[in-house]
Design a protein around this ligand. Structure first.
Ligand code: PMP
Ligand code: GLN
Length: 375
């Protein structure tokens, strides 16, 4: 018996493990390999000697909650009430899981775009609900007509991910307007907006659901300090939602984790005073440009990357293998690990595309590119 018969080990685990076994450069799972800001590690070292080792209040460490509210206000001019509209979570993953468990019921339908990051499906299935996949257009823009056509009286939630993992696509003004128009027609639908890469966008600015009164009043917005501060292993994220939704989310949270790592919350709280969040996009834009330039000499074809720290490439000019086999061979024969994009599709659609993570120091990107130019 299995409650999740079709869910297998995540591709991120599979590829990172294989990369380690073959001593390959790991551009598969998304995490930075450069050191964390010394300011942050100094804060941790100092705070570790203080009285910060016991449970924080259930919804989060109060000073951090105030700082998050200030951050949301500074970034998006939205005033949130930390007491009633904010929850600190064990990464975005727990925020997403908890939200879905709290709000989605038996037989509900949840619209999930295709391709999508892999953490939405399992919590939907555990609610005995159904994920309704709606394909993105060929250029990875959202097809709002098809999304609207998929909405029924059973639709409880629409999940968007902006900027989008794996494609690096971001939603523009007309997308956001289309979403507003659509939701106006379906007053019962809740929006779950996964914005973990909100501070990693390039030529175009990120348009957050936080900035749109029509959307945010019915939306759960998910963020992650893992992406923003290069600390994916800390697993600290947060959820913002209107009070009536948050009340339900907290009911699940208190019995799933109760509260989140106290030292990490206190350190982030203090660090938020000194860090300049706008520099993160500039930093990653340089990485993106450098990696793209290095790969321009290869036979891989690069698709545009508007945000996130992922670069999707086509290997059509190199091989007609399926993308999983190609990724495996890339590790064993060329010493570079990537993620096959078929894993993000409901039916494993294989377009001969793979994803590289460019959140790496320049020496790593250079050596990876040197190897990839020989493929
Ligand atoms: N959503 C997306 C789109 C992601 O790419 C990730 C992980 N990288 C998460 C959620 C989970 O974030 P966290 O590591 O904070 O749980
Ligand atoms: N979100 C990361 C990625 O897309 C993976 C995180 C994980 O392994 N769960 O690579």
């Amino acid at each position: 018996m299995s409650k999740l018969p079709n869910i297998t080990t995540s591709i991120f685990t599979v590829m990172s493990k294989m990369a380690a076994e073959h001593n390959a450069i790991n551009l598969s799972q998304g995490f930075p390999n450069f050191p964390v800001d010394e300011k942050l590690t100094e804060i941790v070292a100092r705070l570790a000697k203080e009285d910060i080792h016991q449970y924080t209040p259930m919804a989060g460490y109060p000073p951090l909650m105030t700082k998050i509210a200030n951050l949301v206000n500074r970034s998006y001019q939205r005033n949130i009430e930390p007491e009633t509209e904010l929850l600190v979570t064990t990464g975005a993953t727990q925020g997403i899981f908890t939200t879905i468990q709290a709000l989605v019921e038996n037989q509900d339908e949840v619209i999930v775009l295709d391709p999508s990051y892999d953490c939405y499906e399992a919590p939907i299935l555990l609610c005995n609900a159904k994920a309704i996949r709606v394909a993105l257009n060929d250029d990875y823009t959202a097809n709002w007509e098809n999304i609207e056509a998929a909405c029924t009286s059973k639709t409880k939630m629409i999940i968007i991910n902006n900027p989008h993992n794996p494609t690096g696509k971001i939603l523009n003004e007309s997308d956001i307007e289309a979403l507003e128009n659509l939701l106006e027609k379906f007053p019962e639908i809740i929006l779950l907006s996964d914005e973990v890469y909100e501070y990693i966008t390039f030529e175009e600015k990120h348009i957050s659901v936080h900035t749109r009164p029509q959307l945010r009043n019915r939306a759960v917005v998910i963020s992650s300090f893992g992406k923003t501060f290069h600390i994916t292993g800390w697993k600290i994220g947060y959820v913002v939602a209107p009070e009536q939704l948050m009340k339900e989310i907290k009911k699940v949270h208190q019995f799933l984790v109760f509260s989140v790592n106290s030292l990490a919350q206190a350190a982030i709280s203090e660090y938020l005073d000194s860090v300049s969040i706008d520099e993160i996009s500039i930093f990653f834009q340089q990485k993106r440009d450098y990696f793209r330039e290095l790969l321009s000499k290869s036979r891989f074809e690069l698709i545009p990357c508007e945000g996130t720290y992922f670069q999707v490439v086509s290997y059509k000019a190199i091989s007609d293998e399926n993308d999983v086999d190609f990724c495996k061979r890339l590790i064993t024969e060329h010493g570079v690990a990537a993620i096959p994009i078929s894993n993000f599709y409901e039916n494993g659609k294989d377009l001969h595309l793979i994803r590289f993570c460019f959140a790496k120091d320049n020496a790593t990107l250079e050596e990876a590119a040197r190897r990839l130019c020989n493929v």
